[in-house]
Design a protein around this ligand. Structure first.
Ligand code: AMP
Length: 400
């Protein structure tokens, strides 16, 4: 079976085509700047040369059609016919309380996702655009939705409720939903495999730290708490997001600077985090370089980032009454030797014995960065959300 995985944003679309028979990625790529006359399509077929094309792509339906054309291209294609694609899996950001796992899309699923647009106004409409584009181009192929929030639906009420009047929950569904669930689930499963132990007996702290960042406490294979909240703004300090903040700061700042709701949202989501404090960049690579060159703002941004991450690790060890493994993933987690070192050399109280040499060697594969004698395992596991979406799609469609 061949499965196409689509991750649609409002003006972009990423894709990967999997051959489920041997877990192979046949091709991957992306379309950026959808809606513009200079949209960019990058197609990377396996064992063939990459294509980069600039053309007018005004909506997602055209973007998908161009992607399908590339997949069957005589030179750069990997399929003889589009009919070889048996199913399409879509990443959806918000599944609310309705979805605790992936589902085959039907009219009722579509209706529910449309209802949830209120909770994810920037993201869920894009998934629906991606779906409609696929349905137009491939009307007979089954579609599956995989939700970023689904894995966190096992959180107990004590972890997901906010201590505000309950009408906000009952009437407006205000609660913690979390995000990056597909990544945290992948990390949890791979950790158990790597350690050769059943996931049911493991307490794992999964640190997905990329441009967006979240930490999840995984107890016995279930998410029991996660740092992102109703939206991805809560929790860790991120590239451009503030993370945790006294909620009173928001109304105070709005009053002092005469900010509208939308300006306040933009301040917290797009102009905060590493970018605001370093005054240099939202990218950890650039912040680290500036810090190493002696920049004081970059040093403060880095110190705040590390301090907050360590606090969450401590909190989640307390939440689970122990921890067996701390795992790093995503752009910063997989690549930044200095971030991992700064976090882990100050977790001695938990029983972490960090191995600086292991931390420095190699990337792009699962590895242990704690000493063999460490009470708590520390691992780096490159995430693979696309693979999880393909796997769920394959399993659901095979059962149909
Ligand atoms: P992601 O959102 O998972 O794609 O992660 C993207 C982020 O990873 C970038 O914004 C960078 O901040 C970070 N990143 C990637 N490579 C490195 C690196 N070698 N060192 C530090 N940060 C990195």
């Amino acid at each position: 079976m061949k499965v196409l995985v689509i991750n649609a944003g409002s003006s972009s679309l990423k894709y990967q085509l999997f051959n489920m028979a041997n877990n192979d990625v046949l091709a991957k790529g992306r379309v950026e700047r959808i809606g513009m006359d200079s949209a960019i399509l990058v197609h990377e077929p396996k064992d063939k040369e990459e294509i980069k094309e600039v053309s007018e792509i005004l909506e997602h339906t055209t973007a998908i059609r161009k992607v399908l054309d590339k997949l069957v291209d005589k030179q750069q294609g990997v399929l003889v016919s589009i009919d070889e694609i048996d199913a399409v899996g879509h990443r959806v950001v918000h599944g609310g309380e309705a979805f605790s796992g992936s589902v085959i899309v039907d009219d009722s699923v579509k209706k529910e996702i449309t209802r949830l647009i209120d909770l994810a106004p920037l993201h869920n409409p894009a998934a629906l655009l991606g779906l409609s584009a696929v349905q137009t181009n491939m009307p007979n192929v089954p579609n599956v939705f995989t939700f970023d929030t689904a894995f966190h639906q096992t959180m107990p009420k004590s972890a997901y409720m906010y201590a505000i009047p309950t009408i906000f929950y009952t009437k407006h569904k205000v609660r913690r939903y979390g995000a990056h669930g597909t990544s945290h689930l992948y990390v949890g499963e791979r950790t158990a495999e790597f350690l050769g132990r059943p996931i049911e007996e493991l307490k794992i702290i999964s640190c997905h730290i990329g441009n967006g960042a979240s930490v999840t406490a995984i107890d016995g294979g279930k998410s029991v708490d996660t740092s992102m909240g109703m939206t991805p703004l809560e929790g860790l300090m991120m590239g451009t997001r503030s993370g945790d903040i006294d909620p009173a700061v928001v109304t105070y700042a709005m009053g002092k600077e005469d900010l509208t709701v939308s300006e306040a949202n933009s301040m917290l989501n797009k102009h905060s985090g590493l970018l605001a404090i370093s005054k240099i960049s939202s990218d950890m690579r650039e912040v680290t370089e500036a810090m190493e060159a002696g920049d004081q703002n970059a040093q403060l941004a880095f110190d705040m980032y590390i301090y907050r991450l360590r606090k969450y690790i401590g909190a989640y060890a307390a939440a689970m009454d122990g921890v067996d493994a701390i795992v790093f993933t995503a752009g910063v987690g997989e690549n930044s030797v200095v971030v991992r070192e700064a976090v882990c050399t100050k977790l001695n109280f938990l029983g972490v014995e960090f191995d600086s040499e292991r931390n420095k060697t190699g990337r792009g594969f699962d590895k242990r960065i704690s000493k063999d004698t460490s009470k708590v395992e520390v691992l780096v596991i490159p995430t693979n959300e696309e693979w999880m979406i393909a796997r769920d799609t394959f399993e659901l469609v095979s059962k149909k």
